[in-house]
Write a protein of this length. Structure first.
Length: 149
């Protein structure tokens, strides 16, 4: 399972012109599920995201997790995070999980974040989405449950 995590001062997602999710300050997470991923991957990544110390403390040092600063997490399913462009110019998505399996693990990931007391807002799974965000920093973190990077 992979995630691109961005610290944002605001983010929203629209489907066919309707806003389906919005957060003010917090995190925007693009989440992609791989074929071999299990619930343990979703739990591991949720723990990692929830604990990321990417918010400034009183000295201006990135030292605080989301739960200490408030704000929400907008989670957008993005199978393209599983894209492999090592060969050629057209990414292969063969490593991405089929939609039914991916949706189950997406739900586990979001549920784990909510269980930690975080406000979780979702995109709409299997929909063409338009995501808007104001990246704060910019801070962008790449995470992989298999610890590839």
């Amino acid at each position: 399972m992979r995630a691109v995590v961005q610290r944002v001062s605001g983010a929203s997602v629209e489907v066919r012109g309707e806003t389906v999710g919005r957060v003010d300050a917090g995190l925007l997470v693009y989440l992609g599920v791989a074929r071999e991923d299990q619930e343990a991957d979703a739990r591991f990544l949720a723990e990692k995201v929830a604990g990321l110390r990417v918010f400034d403390d009183q000295r201006g040092v990135m030292n605080l997790p989301l739960e200490q600063v408030g704000g929400g997490v907008l989670v957008v399913s993005a199978f393209t995070t599983q894209g492999d462009a090592r060969r050629g110019r057209r990414p292969s998505y063969a490593g991405a999980a089929p939609p039914e399996a991916a949706e189950l693990l997406y739900d586990v990931f979001c549920g784990e974040l909510a269980r930690k007391g975080l406000e979780v807002v979702r995109g709409r799974f299997r929909s063409e989405m338009q995501v808007s965000s104001i990246n704060d920093g910019p801070v962008c973190i790449l995470l992989d449950s298999k610890k590839v990077f």
